[in-house]
Each structure stands twice: as structure tokens, then as C-alpha cells.
Design a protein around this ligand. Structure first.
Ligand code: ADP
Ligand code: MG
Ligand code: MG
Length: 905
């Protein structure tokens, strides 16, 4: 059978379905589905994503040959349903050519509208519709889009103005008008001819007149756009594989620019920023396609409620609102009712919040797109919980609907209430994407990225944003635009990124050249601080203090659901009582890694630590350790108390000692004085600690085995803190972890020191506390001999940072020199220090778990590397049967959700 490359839809029938999105792209699949459920959609057809791959393999000519018959038949199919003909001046059919990948990539690829027009067809269109202005407005838009997208007229350099826009500006200036829709027929005709001249001049070719030739050009351009820079960047950011390809949908045009009973708009079934169940959207009368999001005219609200709120935010009085910016609910009540009904139908059908595009042509409503709407993290959680309560989805679906990494946003700081009360409001815009942000003003995407790389927080301030600004937006803490509504590029992309955004702040005036922004007469320069509240649209002067987020409401409910379904529990990596406290509030049920080395860096402690390291004899060393003991005990007391009744896994001293000693002359002199020895002596000791390869040198349990006094002191500190807590009525649960074990004998040696110290202490104190001794599995040899190690270890904790380092043979500290080129060349797909390498490192983990449990049946296993908070790695940990993952406090909720999802999957 011949391979099917094209799928038609129209008039309540379709060859595709919603679940064919891999083949038809999200847009194509949903256009088919909307037909099937009786939503009015103009007829058309979709060329599959497979053809996109064929296009890049076999080339343009071959693919056109393969598609020819099917595309021609499908055009006939549209012609029949629309009762008009492609290229027929008496009764012309016009089409749009649209791209659509599996995952939605808003604004990533270019759409061409009004295709099929030429100098004769436009005359026919004017005659047929009796609307010459409309015909020429459509024509000039088509030539412009086709020129930009297919004929390569779009300027390469972002500072250059689009040649067509320049012509429009020029014509408007000559005729003394401001708005695009004020142009009359003659001016529109003039635009068409000047556009074509510009094309001829720049490309040396005539604008194609033949509609089929236009169509092929457009189809190929959509495929080509899959490989354009901004599409590649977006895929990279969202982790979308190149092989997915884009589909091409071709469909009959419907016209929102046919006069005052026509309109075009976008709408959301719920609030994409807050998640509230509130229908909202924007529309423009007598407009086409992207006009609403392009920010050229001010879009109006769909609902009256939305319109009233908008007017308030913009300080527009009711009289002006009603006459200049009325809602669709007020101006087109019947259409509004139909729109609401379809919105309800689509949401019920997809069981999710929908983001829809529609056009009204002379009083008839058409749908052009629906998709599950992008949303903020807050909205994601609220919508999932609401749909669950409404009975639309069950608990498991609600959990699966939430993207773990997006919870990050809910954990970000919000403005401190008191600081906010003091803050001075500069101006207001639209609350486009919630959150609080403050930083220094920058105007350009590259600057945003550069400043961020230098460790600065920046707010990107733009008249409006475009896909070229993506990298900058992703680097910025927040985005402020002068133009554009709630569905503008800035708003949609910021919400997708979970980034704070205030859009359409009409009172700001930006001068890119001199890099200043004027707000109500006040001039701010690049580098000045401002703060944004993306939830209210307020813009503040200077830095406004923020405070940490809390787990309440829907978020708390989601976390409760996680608890119900999860098998894997989540602990935290914490070295201080404060971190432990934060993690507990996020639901951590213990500490999976408490590093002791960080505790040594404060004033007095570092001195004692240095004395210990620089000591020449065991006696001197013990004397220094005596000084350290009370500090350590106090630190452990704090953490164990904060984690009362929960396990706290404390790792014995791990890093190479040279990290603690002074390397500068002044520090060495101070040390010499403190210890009453010569500077030369200190220098000699420091030099003797230097190693060629410290990561593989005297560190981990090698320290405790070389200097057993250290292990003894730390054990004493941990257990005496626990004893004190026990005496005070608490329930401390310490676990003592020996790092960097490769040979069971290393652990054996450490274990006997720990036990001996413990026995002695318990006898002295007359109190015993129970504790466990475990080890880190972070050297491949430990994983290979896990059965032997489990004889001594009561638990395993996989230290996947070191394990990755030693399995790959990549130095963690030097990877930056080759990682970028490895990622570029696809030698590596991801940084293995961020995403666990399941094939290699993962194999060592699953083997060690199995071997370890062979020796000790209920051996508790966990992970404490960076990977413990990365969703795909957490899911892997679930599958290989670990008992817990441990991650930094702010990743605890993310790991909890990933763990619950793993259990459901
Ligand atoms: P994107 O994926 O960037 O949203 P779309 O393909 O959805 O691009 O199209 C851009 C704009 O053109 C949208 O506003 C859409 O509704 C409009 N549009 C697309 N096809 C048609 C059509 N056949 N008739 C009228 N408007 C259309
Ligand atoms: Mg669209
Ligand atoms: Mg380690």
C-alpha cells in the first residue's frame, strides 16, 4: 500500500484524530478532532511530520514529487467544500499554510495567510465580496508574509527594520495617518506594488503569481523553518528532539478583516496565570490573524468582567472603555454566547484548560486552533486540583498533569509584605505572568545573557518581545514590555518559562539608542534597579525585598496526594538547621546528606581546623581536635533537634585537607603566630598537603583511616549531641556515613573506630542512643563489591556526583573545558552531572542495590547526589528500588512529585 502523507478534514469529517499528534502535529490533530466533535472549522488538510524528515533527507524536489497527487486532491477537497476555486478570479479560494509540531511551539514557526492571491484574483475577490479595501488589505498582508517567510526578505540583523514595515511607515507618514487600519484602498494598492518592487530589487525574482507555485513555496518554507535558529533554540530549551519534525496544515481562509461584523481573537478557558476558572481572552474587530498578539493595536477583552478589570489596571475611565474598548460580550453578544459554548465543549472534551484561536467572518464564528494551554506553575497546580474536584479527572491524572520541574516557580520568593508597603509604584501594566522579580534594567537580549553570566539579576525591558529575544528572556529575572496584551509574545513565553512578566505598560517610553526608559517623566538608565510584580502588574522603583514561598492551599493538597501514591520518600541535603527547617516545611522526611566540612569554615572553627591539619604529631592533632569537638557537637545538636524523630545521615569528613589551609602569605603568618611556630614550618606543611590529583588523593575515608582521631572526634560529637537530646526528651536518629569506600576493609577499619568511641561514650554518660553505620557508594569498586560491603554497612547512599566522576573518568571541576563541545556534537545528550546516566552509572546503582540486598535483605538504599532532585533521575531511583532520594531543600517538592509519578507510572 502507498504511504499516506496527507490527511484531510472538513465539514464534520476528518481522516485524523486528536491522538494522532505525533503524525499530524498538535495543531493538525486538533483541527481534525474539532471537526469530529462538531466545532466549526474551515476545511483543509495536514501533511505529516514524517514528510518533514523526508524533506531533510531527500530534498525539496523529491518530496514535492512524492506529495503532488495527494496535495492536489486535497486542494480539490477544500474547493468542493468551500464551493470556490484556487486561482479562480471569479470565485477564488484562499488558504493559510501553518506549521505544527507535536509539542506546541508558539510563534516558533511562520504562518502564511491569504495564499492564492495575485493581481487578477484580488480584483475578483474585491468584486465578489463587494469590499475592495478588504481584498487589498488581504493582498498586501499576503505579499508581506510570503516575502518575509518564503522569499527571505526578513532582515537577518535584528537591528534592521523589516523592509515591508519600513514601506508601511513611509506610506503612513506621507499620508499623515497613524494606524494600519486607517489606510485606504489606494494606499493598500500602493503597498502591494511597492512590496513587490522591494522583493524584485532584493531577490532579483518576481513575486510568484501561480497559486500552486505559491503553495509549494509556502509548504517548503514551513519545513525549512523547523531548522531556523529560534526553533532550534526553543527545542533546546524545552528538550524537544529534532526528529519529531513539524507537520504542515493548509486550510481555507476565513476573514476577520471583512468589516465591523468580523473579528479575530484568542481565548483561554481558564486563567493561564493564576489558574482561576475564569474565561478570558482578547479580540480585535476588523483584523486578521496575528494582529491581536502583534501589539500594533490595543486588543480588547472578550468578557465584560475582564474588560472592567483591564480598564482599571490601565486607568481608563468607564466612558472611554465602553466606547473605545468594549468587550465582545457587549459588542457581539450572540457570538460571545457561541464562543462560550464551544469553549465549554472543548474543555470538557479534552479535560484540560484550552487555549483557542477563533475568527468571526461577517457574524459567523470559526475555530482555527485549540490546544492545552501553557500555564504558570501556580496555574498548573490550581487547574489540576480544580479539575479533580470538578470530577473531570481522577487523582492520578491530576498528579500526572503536573510537571515536577515547574513547581520550582511556586517555591520562588514573593515580595515581602512590609517591603511592598514601603515600595514606590512607578507604573502599572498587565499582570502577564506572576511572581516577584527585581533586578537591573537591560534592553537587549544579549546584554541580559551577558549580565546574568556575570552574576547579575536583570529585568529585560522591551517595547515588545519577539522570538529572537528568547535567550535573553530566559536569562532575565523578569520581563517588562511597553506594548502587547495578555496573549502577547512576552506574556505567553514568560508564562511558559515560569518567569515574572508585566506586559503592556503603556506609560513607559523606551529609547533603545540611548538605553534609557522614561516612566511618567522619570528617567531610568540601563543598570538601574526596578522590581516587578507579575501577579498585579505593578512596577516598582528600586529593589523591593522578597521572602520565601510557603506550601499552602492547592500546592499543599497536591503534596498530600504525592504522599498517598509515593513509594520513594524524599529526604534533603542540609548542613544547617535553617536548611533543614526549610526542607521540612516542604515535606522532607529526614536528612539524606549532612556534610560536616561546611561547618568548619566560620572564624574560630577554621582556626582550630587548621591547627588540626597542620599539626605534626598525633598529640598535637588531638589537642586541636579537642577544640573542635564542642563546635561540632553544637552543630549536630541543632540539626538533630530540628529533625527530631527523623533520620539524619551525617557524613564524616570528606574533602582533601588542603582546601582548609591558608595558601596566602598573610594567612600563613597568622597561623604561625597562633600555633607558635615559624612561617617556614607552616609553608612546608601546606606544601606537603598539595596533591597532583586531589580528587583521587587523601580524602574520604582515607582521611579517617590515616588520622583515626578525626573519625573518633566526629563520632563523639554526633553521639554526645544525640545523648543530650535524648536526655532532653527528644528522639534523635543519627546515621554515621563513611565516605569514599572502595574496599570493605576501609569500612571495617572505620566501623571499629566508631563502635569503640561509641561504647566508651555510652559508658561515660550512662546513656545509649541507637545509631546506624552506613557508607556511600561512590567508587565503582564499591558498587562491584557491594555484597561484601553490605556485610559491614547498614545502609547505602549513592553519591552520584563522585560515582559519575569516576565512572566516566570526568573531573567534576574540569568538565567545563569540553562539555559544551560534547553537547554540541551530541557525543553527550545531557550533562551527566545533572541528569543521571541511567545506562552506565545507573547500571552500577542497580547492581549494587541487588548485591547489597543479597547480603542484607532489608538494606536501606538512597541517593544523595545532585541527581536526587532531577525528575527523570528520581523516576529511575524508584524503578531500581531505592528507598529514598535526597536533594537540596528547594527541590524537595519537585522530587516528591516525580516520586509519586514514578509510582503511578
Ligand atoms: P501560531 O502557531 O504561531 O499560533 P498559527 O498557524 O496558529 O500560528 O496562525 C497564526 C494566526 O493566523 C493565528 O491567529 C491564526 O488563528 C490565524 N489563521 C491561521 N489560519 C487561518 C485561516 N485559515 N483563516 C483565518 N485565520 C487563520
Ligand atoms: Mg496559533
Ligand atoms: Mg563524594
Amino acid at each position: 500500500m502507498k504511504e499516506k502523507r496527507v490527511y484531510t478534514f472538513g465539514n464534520g469529517k476528518a481522516e485524523g484524530r486528536a491522538d494522532m499528534r505525533n503524525l499530524l502535529g498538535g495543531k493538525g490533530a486538533n483541527l481534525a478532532e474539532m471537526n469530529l466533535i462538531g466545532v466549526p472549522v474551515p476545511p483543509g488538510f495536514t501533511i505529516t511530520t514524517d514528510v518533514c524528515n523526508e524533506f531533510f533527507e531527500k530534498g525539496k524536489e523529491v518530496v514535492i514529487g512524492l506529495l503532488k497527487d495527494e496535495v492536489e486532491n486535497s486542494v480539490k477537497h477544500i474547493e468542493e467544500l468551500m464551493n470556490s476555486k484556487f486561482g479562480d478570479p471569479d470565485n477564488p479560494l484562499l488558504v493559510s499554510v501553518r506549521s505544527g509540531a507535536r509539542a506546541s511551539m508558539p510563534g516558533m514557526m511562520d504562518t502564511i495567510l491569504n495564499l492564492g492571491l495575485n493581481d487578477t484574483v484580488v480584483v475578483g475577490l474585491a468584486r465578489k465580496t463587494g469590499n475592495e479595501r478588504f481584498a487589498y488589505d488581504s493582498y498586501r498582508r499576503f505579499v508581506q508574509m510570503y516575502g518575509d517567510v518564503v522569499l527571505g526578505m526578513k532582515p537577518v540583523n535584528k537591528e534592521d527594520i523589516d523592509p515591508f514595515e519600513a514601506i508601511i511607515q513611509d506610506v503612513k507618514k506621507q499620508r499623515g495617518i497613524k494606524l494600519d487600519n486607517e489606510m485606504n484602498v489606494d494606499e493598500l494598492k500602493l503597498l502591494v506594488s511597492r512590496f513587490k518592487e522591494a522583493i524584485k530589487k532584493q531577490t532579483g525574482k518576481d513575486f510568484p503569481n501561480n497559486p500552486m507555485e505559491q503553495l509549494w513555496g509556502a509548504v517548503c518554507a514551513v519545513f525549512d523553518s523547523w531548522m531556523n535558529e529560534r526553533a532550534i533554540l526553543y527545542r533546546k530549551m524545552e528538550g524537544i528532539p529534532q526528529e519529531w519534525g513539524t507537520a504542515v496544515s493548509v486550510m481555507a481562509m476565513v476573514f476577520g478583516n471583512m468589516g465591523n461584523s468580523s473579528a479575530t481573537g484568542v481565548c483561554f478557558s481558564r486563567d493561564a496565570a493564576t489558574g482561576e476558572n475564569r474565561f478570558n481572552g482578547e479580540y480585535l474587530v476588523n483584523a486578521q490573524g496575528e494582529d491581536v498578539v502583534a501589539g500594533i493595536r490595543t486588543p480588547q477583552q472578550i468578557t465584560k468582567e475582564g474588560s472592567l478589570n483591564w480598564a482599571k489596571q490601565q486607568s481608563i475611565d468607564e466612558e472611554k472603555r465602553r466606547t473605545k474598548y468594549p468587550s465582545m460580550e457587549e459588542t457581539m453578544p450572540e457570538i460571545f454566547a457561541q464562543l462560550t459554548a464551544v469553549k465549554d465543549k472543548l474543555e470538557k472534551h479534552y479535560h484540560d484548560m484550552q487555549d483557542m484561536e477563533f475568527t468571526v467572518q461577517e457574524g459567523k464564528l470559526w475555530f482555527l486552533q485549540t490546544r492545552n494551554g501553557k500555564r504558570t506553575g501556580t496555574a498548573m497546580v490550581k487547574i489540576a486540583m480544580d479539575l479533580m474536584h470538578e470530577g473531570e479527572i481522577d487523582e492520578k491524572t491530576a498528579l500526572m498533569r503536573c510537571e515536577p520541574s515547574k513547581l520550582d516557580e511556586l517555591l520562588h520568593p514573593v515580595f515581602d509584605k512590609e517591603a511592598l508597603a514601603q515600595a514606590r509604584v512607578l507604573t502599572r501594566g498587565l499582570p502577564a505572568s506572576p511572581g516577584a522579580a527585581c533586578g537591573q534594567i537591560v534592553f537587549f537580549a544579549d546584554d541580559a545573557a551577558k549580565w546574568k553570566a556575570d552574576g547579575k539579576e536583570v529585568i529585560m525591558v522591551r517595547i515588545e518581545t519577539s522570538p529572537e529575544d528568547l535567550a535573553g528572556m530566559s536569562a532575565a529575572a523578569g520581563i517588562l514590555t511597553a506594548r502587547g496584551g495578555m496573549t502577547s509574545h512576552a506574556a505567553v513565553v514568560a508564562r511558559g518559562m515560569g518567569k515574572c512578566c508585566v506586559s503592556g505598560a503603556g506609560a513607559i517610553m523606551i529609547d533603545y539608542k540611548s538605553r534609557i526608559v522614561e516612566i511618567d517623566g522619570k528617567v531610568l538608565h540601563e543598570g538601574d534597579y526596578i522590581s516587578l510584580n507579575g501577579s498585579t502588574g505593578e512596577v516598582y522603583y528600586g529593589e523591593v525585598k522578597t521572602k520565601p514561598a510557603e506550601v499552602t492551599g492547592d500546592f499543599a493538597e497536591l503534596m498530600k496526594l504525592c504522599k498517598k501514591y509515593t513509594k520513594l520518600v524524599v529526604r534533603t541535603n542540609a548542613d544547617t538547621p535553617h536548611d533543614a527547617e526549610v526542607a521540612r516545611s516542604f515535606g522532607a522526611v529526614g536528612i539524606g546528606l549532612c556534610r560536616t566540612e561546611h561547618m568548619f569554615f566560620e572564624n574560630e572553627k577554621i582556626k582550630a581546623m587548621r591547627e588540626m591539619i597542620l599539626a605534626d604529631t598525633p598529640e598535637e592533632r588531638e589537642k586541636a581536635l579537642e577544640k573542635l569537638l564542642p563546635y561540632q557537637k553544637q552543630d549536630f545538636y541543632g540539626i538533630l533537634k530540628c529533625m527530631d524523630g527523623m533520620p539524619v545521615n551525617i557524613r564524616l569528613l570528606d574533602p582533601p585537607l588542603h582546601e582548609f589551609v591558608p595558601h596566602d602569605r598573610k594567612g600563613q603568618e597568622t597561623m604561625a603566630q597562633e600555633m607558635g611556630v615559624s612561617v617556614q614550618f607552616i609553608q612546608a606543611r601546606v606544601n606537603s598537603l598539595s596533591e597532583h590529583n586531589p580528587m583521587l588523593g587523601l580524602r574520604g575515608c582515607r582521611l579517617g583511616n590515616t588520622f583515626p582521631e578525626i573519625t573518633a572526634m566526629q563520632t563523639r560529637a554526633i553521639l554526645s549531641a544525640a545523648i543530650q537530646l535524648k536526655k532532653e526528651g527528644f528522639n534523635p536518629m543519627p546515621e554515621i556515613m563513611v565516605p569514599l569506600v572502595g574496599i570493605v576493609n576501609e569500612l571495617d577499619e572505620q566501623e571499629s573506630i566508631i563502635r569503640k568511641t561509641a561504647d566508651k561514650l555510652f559508658k561515660e554518660e550512662g546513656v545509649e542512643v541507637s545509631f546506624k553505620i552506613g557508607t556511600m557508594i561512590e567508587i565503582p569498586r564499591a558498587a562491584l563489591t557491594a555484597d561484601l560491603i553490605a556485610k559491614k554497612a547498614e545502609y547505602f547512599s549513592f553519591g552520584t556526583n563522585d560515582l559519575t566522576q569516576m565512572t566516566f573518568g570526568y573531573s567534576r571541576d574540569d568538565i567545563a573545558s569540553f562539555l559544551p563541545s560534547y553537547l554540541e556534537k551530541k557525543i553527550l545528550d545531557v550533562d551527566p552531572f545533572q541528569v543521571l546516566d541511567q545506562h552506565g552509572v545507573g547500571q552500577l546503582i542497580s547492581m549494587a542495590v541487588e548485591k547489597g540486598r543479597h547480603t542484607r535483605k532489608n538494606l536501606k538504599c538512597g541517593i544523595c547526589g545532585e541527581h536526587g532532585g532531577e525528575p527523570s533521575s528520581v523516576k529511575f531511583c524508584h524503578r531500581v528500588g531505592l528507598n529514598y532520594v535526597s536533594c537540596s531543600p528547594f527541590r524537595v517538592p519537585i522530587a516528591r512529585l516525580a516520586a509519586a509519578q514514578a509510582a503511578i507510572e
